[in-house]
Design a protein around this ligand. Structure first.
Ligand code: ADP
Length: 245
């Protein structure tokens, strides 16, 4: 068994000759919360795409818990325990908060039976725990379209966690949120980091400071540097890349 949740070795992704990722190497221990930053076009989205199997690398390999993900389809990679949260919340707007969570807690059951039958007591316990974690107990019976953008983000994070992933990939969770909502999402991610490995892609440096322990900077498809937020911010190469934008 490896204590590395993720090992990415010499990954290159070429789109018609253009290298979106260029010989990228990246390692992450189980239990880490890692923040990935980098200017536009640095390769951050493609980096998530090669982990989830959305994009196949031209070269190199991705190991998840020691297992090579090569040619494993996206839906199977999700079942292996990798959950991805996209930038815009993908929740069922005409269902209540609780029904959204019920749906994923009952994932392997028939969708109709989930909606029309009473959830089992263990499912009810799971959903109650999740509502608590995401801070939406008081809004459990509200239709999701009535939630604020930040609450929708937290609901979707809850829906991902309901699927018990070992690794959570979270793409810009606070874009467009108020300061207070941003802080709430940060607290949620920090709480989840107690029991999950998490990668967050983020632009908002204030938010990065709130949650980051270790930061990886991507630039032109490779890792430019890694370290604490202070180390990264004081790195002359990072300053140059950001000032050059
Ligand atoms: P980031 O998320 O850091 O902004 P991306 O991973 O989206 O960067 O993109 C990295 C580079 O690869 C960009 O220059 C982008 O235009 C290019 N790219 C991404 N996906 C494709 C694609 N499907 N076809 C061609 N070029 C792509």
């Amino acid at each position: 068994m490896t204590d590395k949740i993720l090992e990415i070795e010499n990954i290159t992704v070429s789109f018609d000759g253009f290298k979106a990722l260029n010989n990228l190497n990246f390692n992450m221990d189980a239990g880490e919360l890692r923040v990935i930053i980098g200017p536009n076009g640095a390769g951050k989205t493609t980096f998530l795409d090669i982990i989830t199997g959305k994009v196949q690398p031209t070269q190199g390999r991705v190991l998840f818990q020691g297992r090579n993900l090569r040619r494993i389809p996206e839906y199977k990679i999700a079942r292996l325990g990798i959950g991805r949260k996209f930038q815009t919340p993908r929740v069922y707007l005409n269902l209540t908060v609780r029904e959204n969570l019920d749906l994923v807690c009952n994932r392997n059951k028939n969708v109709l039976s989930t909606l029309f039958s009473r959830p089992s007591s263990s499912d009810r316990r799971n959903v109650a725990g999740l509502l608590e974690t995401i801070g939406l107990v008081a809004k459990a019976d509200l239709q999701a379209n009535l939630l604020s953008h930040g609450e929708k983000q937290r609901l979707e994070i809850g829906m991902l966690v309901a699927q018990s992933p070992d690794l959570l990939l979270v793409d810009e969770p606070v874009a467009g949120l108020t300061d207070e909502e941003t802080e709430n999402v940060g607290e949620l991610l920090l709480a989840l980091a107690e029991s999950h490995s998490i990668i967050v892609i983020e632009h908002d440096m204030e938010f990065v400071r709130q949650i980051a322990r270790k930061v990886t900077v991507l630039h032109e498809g490779s890792v430019l540097c890694e370290g604490s937020i202070e180390e990264v911010q004081n790195n002359p190469r990072v300053i140059e890349v950001y000032l050059g934008q």
